[in-house]
Ligand binder design. Structure first.
Ligand SMILES: NC(=O)C1=CN([C@@H]2O[C@H](COP(=O)(O)OP(=O)(O)OC[C@H]3O[C@@H](n4cnc5c(N)ncnc54)[C@H](OP(=O)(O)O)[C@@H]3O)[C@@H](O)[C@H]2O)C=CC1
Ligand SMILES: O=C(O)CCCC(=O)O
Length: 497
């Protein structure tokens, strides 16, 4: 780096630090065994401006091994803390997250791009996971089993699984971390986290607060660096017993193979291809609102985003017209500016994918109703788009777009649309709008997905089980089911009674 660009980088890091109420939340080091380590190397850029925000270390596979060993050393003492002690520490972490929500949201928007109001919402739900699992820590109940031997008593106890690896994506840099780390810590496990290189600053800020909350050294470790070698250590080190991953199906499959060597338990929250269906008995205005929140939240970069929209013949034109009218008014810009609803996409690769999906749909006869091109703001800003007359076999209906593109497909009857919805190797979320009660039950039961939103486009909450079927993943996060991933059941027979 030239002296001028080095000075500029220093200046911009300072600029973000100056805007934080607690500048110590902006960390350029990793956290291993209770110490901040590594020298800043990998640049973290603001996708809205291209400006470098900070640098984080590029740690190696050996560093990942050191982090796993620290977590292994810390495990016995952490597992022996009482449930109430662990609960109290997690509660404190939650309180610190909420007390620092504005700083955390500013860091999040700066590195990821989503509007500040959405970043605040993410920090709130990120905190809600910690609060929920602080409460669940005290409810990891076992059971007694009616005995089959008069001289014996049978019971099943739940114990923490051990050291856990966590690999998280850039689209929810705060809540994807707390959704994994807080149930692990609540259960008595220790964690080594590798956040996405595009958005590590939110993760490091969470670690600053965890340290302040009293999480003991070695219990929560964070490493940044090249993902494949670090991921391999997390999957293959014998001390690691569980790996939780959110990201692409392609990487999930690599981790699944790597973890098979040591027969590790895996939690995989992978890609989706969510259908969003509007039946002709639906409340169309409500369906438009639902489509907007489901499709355009986080600029369409949410794994549960509506990916393909199906509207029934009779209401098709009305739905497309009302949806595109609203979409056309969405303000695009830097997420920290007031009134902005659409920030930049995470990078230019994401823009290319949206363009590829639009071009393919148009080749097959679709037409652009609104948007359809890069924004005049440049960089990775893309106009929120609605396509009409999209054919069901278009690429956009087969692959997750992960961008602000709503392709609307026409359908005739219930059986046809259910068949189209289920004709996918993915099955994370599905949505539909209808008022006929019989139809609501039939369709909710028929859709092949882990989650279904009926007359709503927003289903994520800490109290419900989040996860997919088919190639969308394994296991559930959130709710009391989310705790089960982090415990082993041990059966004990006590004879000689
Ligand atoms: N389910 C979801 O919420 C998400 C789905 N996706 C889908 O995936 C597409 C591609 O996004 P992309 O960012 O490339 O997703 P990835 O799956 O590549 O990235 C997600 C996480 O996995 C890490 N990673 C990448 N390669 C490996 C590896 N070999 N071993 C271990 N960890 C690895 C990344 O680290 P690093 O950042 O250092 O590369 C990041 O932390 C998106 O367009 C979207 O369709 C993406 C993100 C989230
Ligand atoms: O993409 C995810 O895995 C998190 C979804 C969060 C949300 O629905 O807001």
């Amino acid at each position: 780096m030239s002296p001028t660009s080095a000075a500029r980088a220093q200046h911009t890091t300072a600029a973000l630090r100056d805007r934080l109420k607690d500048p110590s939340l902006l960390k350029e080091a990793c956290y291993i065994d209770g110490a901040w380590v590594g020298s800043p190397k990998l640049a973290v850029n603001n996708p809205a401006t291209g400006v470098e925000l900070a640098k984080v270390p590029q740690l190696s596979a050996d560093d990942a091994t050191r982090a796993v060993e620290a977590a292994e050393r810390a495990f016995p003492a952490w597992a022996k803390h009482t449930a109430k002690q662990r609960s109290n520490i997690l509660r404190k972490w939650f309180e610190l997250i909420i007390a620092n929500r504005e700083d955390l949201a500013l860091i999040l928007t700066s590195e990821q791009g989503k509007p500040l109001s959405e970043a605040l919402g993410e920090v709130d739900i990120g905190g809600a996971y910690v609060e929920f699992f602080a409460e669940e820590a005290r409810r990891v109940y076992g059971e007694t089993i009616p005995t089959q031997r008069a001289d014996a008593r049978l019971l099943a106890i739940k114990q923490p699984i051990g050291v856990c690896g966590a690999i998280t994506p850039w689209n929810f840099p705060n809540s994807m971390i707390t959704r994994k780390v807080s149930p692990a810590l609540a259960a008595g496990c220790t964690v080594v986290l590798k956040p996405a290189n595009e958005t590590p600053l939110s993760a490091l800020a969470l670690a600053v607060l965890a340290e302040k909350a009293g999480v003991p050294k070695g219990v929560f470790n964070i490493i940044t660096g090249d993902a494949p070698p670090i991921g391999k250590v997390l999957c293959e080190h014998p001390a690691v017993r569980f790996v939780g991953f959110t990201g692409s199906t392609a990487v999930g499959k690599i981790l699944y193979q790597q973890a098979s060597v040591g027969v590790k338990r895996l939690g995989l929250e992978l890609g989706g291809n969510a259908p969003f269906v509007v039946f002709d008995d639906a409340d169309i205005d409500a369906a438009v609102e639902g489509a907007i929140v489901s499709k355009y939240r986080n600029m369409g970069q949410t794994c549960v985003c509506a990916n393909r929209l199906y509207a029934q013949d009779k209401i098709y034109d009305e739905f497309v017209q009302k949806l595109s009218k609203k979409v056309a008014t969405m303000k695009i810009g830097d997420g920290t500016e007031s009134g902005v609803i659409q920030g930049p996409l995470i990078n230019m690769k994401a823009v290319d994918k949206v363009e590829r999906h639009i071009a393919d749909a148009m080749k097959r006869g679709a037409k652009i109703v609104t948007g359809g091109k890069r924004s005049e703001l440049g960089r990775s800003f893309f106009e929120p788009t609605v396509l009409a007359d999209v054919k069901p076999d278009s690429l956009v209906a087969q692959e997750e777009t992960f961008g602000p593109l709503a392709p609307v497909i026409r359908f005739k009857d219930e059986a046809d649309v259910i068949a189209m919805c289920n004709a996918s190797p993915f099955g994370l979320a599905s949505y539909f709008y209808a008022r006929d009660l019989g139809r609501v039950w039939r369709v909710a039961e028929a859709l092949e997905s882990g989650m279904v939103g009926v007359n709503t486009g927003l289903i994520t909450t800490e109290v419900a089980p989040f996860g997919g079927v088919k190639e969308s993943g394994l296991g559930r996060e959130g709710s009391h089911h989310g705790m089960e991933e982090y415990v082993e059941i041990k059966y004990v027979m006590m004879a000689g009674v």
